[in-house]
Design a protein around this ligand. Structure first.
Ligand SMILES: O=C(O)CCC(=O)C(=O)O
Length: 248
């Protein structure tokens, strides 16, 4: 039996929504994205744009806060994704981030296992992240993977990683996991949504030819309180470190 999305989200900590965007919506997103990459990316602060190799524009891997820099993405973010976030969390939400993710062919790195709530620093930890495929994403080019029900186990200890864009990963991940691992292949327009406590990760892009592009949408429950001081201090230290290493 197919469970309603909020029920699946509550029980599993994630839900797959096939064809969240139709071909017409996707085509509008692709045009806006191409325009954004062409015209806006070079104006953004270094800590909002990451490349696998910053000397090679074709290795663009992440853009942050696109909704703040572009009217199309600002409007889109606050329509369908926001409505779904409110349905899944069962409460009003605030849009926090619209991100672009890519894993360029052959060099796109793995995403370490993590819980988004560790980055968000919220009390209580009520937030939802959505991830919508723009390419065909499968096991070869690094589909998202979840531990089903892991949002029920609370926050796990994280430690520093050397992955640009995912600086924290779960310590000792994989040593004693008991929850079921679920790989989530997706087609363009398919969306995954997960709770901020759900453990997830993705492999590197092992395809020599295929990109692995996606948009991410992050919404916090309106009543969740952010530790802004700690969050900004962490982000600043990280940006200083990345800059000193020549990574951004
Ligand atoms: O694109 C990925 O590999 C991971 C994205 C992710 O971790 C997230 O959206 O929370």
């Amino acid at each position: 039996m197919i469970r309603p999305f909020p029920k699946a989200f509550k029980e599993d900590g994630f839900v797959a929504v096939p064809q969240f965007c139709n071909p017409m919506e996707l085509s509008a997103i692709e045009s806006a994205l191409a325009r954004f990459i062409d015209l806006r990316v070079h104006q953004l602060p270094a800590e909002e744009v990451f490349y696998e190799d910053k000397a090679k524009p074709e290795t663009l891997k992440q853009i942050q806060r696109m909704h703040e820099h572009d009217d199309f993405f600002g409007k889109f973010f606050n329509e369908k994704p926001k409505a779904l976030a409110e349905e899944l969390l069962g409460k009003p939400v605030i849009g926090k981030n619209l991100q672009y993710f890519n894993k360029p062919p052959g060099i796109g790195q793995a995403t370490p296992a993590h819980q988004d709530g560790h980055y968000f620093m919220l009390q209580p930890c009520q937030a939802v992240t959505m991830w919508m495929a723009l390419d065909n994403v499968d096991e070869e080019n690094g589909c998202v993977r979840y531990l089903r029900g892991s949002h029920l186990d609370g926050m796990r200890p994280h430690e520093r990683t050397q992955t640009l864009g995912f600086s924290q990963g779960i310590a000792n991940f994989g040593h004693t996991e008991t929850r079921e691992e679920v790989a989530c292949p997706a087609k363009p327009g398919d969306l995954l949504a997960h709770h901020a406590l759900t453990v997830h990760w993705a492999d590197a892009n092992a395809s020599p030819t295929r990109t692995r592009r996606a948009l991410g949408f992050i919404f916090y429950g309106e009543s969740a309180r952010e530790d802004k001081v700690a969050h900004e201090a962490y982000q600043k230290n990280l940006a200083d470190e990345m800059s000193a290493l020549g990574k951004i």
